[in-house]
Write a protein that binds this ligand. Sequence first.
Ligand code: 13P
Length: 344
Amino acid sequence: MSERLEDIARAMVAPGKGILAADESSGTIKKRFDKINLTSTEDARRDYREMLFRSTDAMKNYVSGVILYDETIRQKAKDGTPLVDIMKAAGSIPGIKVDTGAKPLAGPTAKIETVTEGLDGLRERLADYYKLGARFAKWRAVITIADGCPTWNCVKANAHALARYAALCQEAGIVPIVEPEVLMDGEHSHHDIDECARVTEWTLRAVFRELYDARVNLEGMVLKPNMVIAGQKCAKQASAQDVAERTIKVLKATVPSSVPGIAFLSGGQSDEAATEHLSLMNAIGNLPWALTFSYVRALQAAALQAWGGKSENVAAGQRAFAHRARMNGLAALGKWDKKLEKAA
Ligand code: 13P
């Protein structure tokens, strides 16, 4: 495969394919395993991820790349094959989460707002990850809607860190996934779709301004934003068509057409909603960028349930994963249909 940033970025958003985010930190994967009463050991985490990466047809047809966590990029399958080699054999590009988490932003909003850390030593870590096979990376910034939030201080600090991260990635020959996430699970009851549109537009403008200042090559990156959607606690929910149209409107106003692709996070939407929204957006058509998925929860939740931590359920887990991968692959082409969910 070509090693040019532009080619890698385009391959990540190839037609009908998207990204499997499997970069849950040890803390997050423990929470997910708790729900199926499974102790989060190194072997359990390996078995779970090995099950996903060995879903060969799903990986080949619908998954362009996988975002890994530090432990996983170094881990071997039960038979000793590096997990990275398994996904590469299926034609998927290995990626790596490189931020070290969202930490309270010092100041008056420290109880609500965070700034994502991980810039110290990042140049050296990227060189190491490149040797381990990573050709793209991810950094997630978190923006929270609440009374008086987000503050400009928070938007600016996170946008600046994203740009410094993206520039370091490109220097290392690694495509940055730039992920500014406006959370949909805030406490704020007035957090309707208009508020999400306003904050998402503000955030994306700040991010692209910082990317420009840092001289990031937009053709060699992928944007991973939230969809424009009402907060989960808001009584006024928007229709799926509204979510699709409002999201496209904000993206058209803020994302230069030189960016090859946009791969959404699912953010707590139901599996089917995340798929439907993506499909409706692609059905609008005439877009300057590829629009696809980079989901954790909306790709994995069903597979995790079906597996339940039991080796006898590996095939069932893989079937559940393959189904969601196929549904989202179709959504990336604007060709998903609810009937396909029922048929399965
Ligand atoms: P969700 O799809 O579960 O929101 O996760 C995406 C992700 O990678 C968050 O950083």
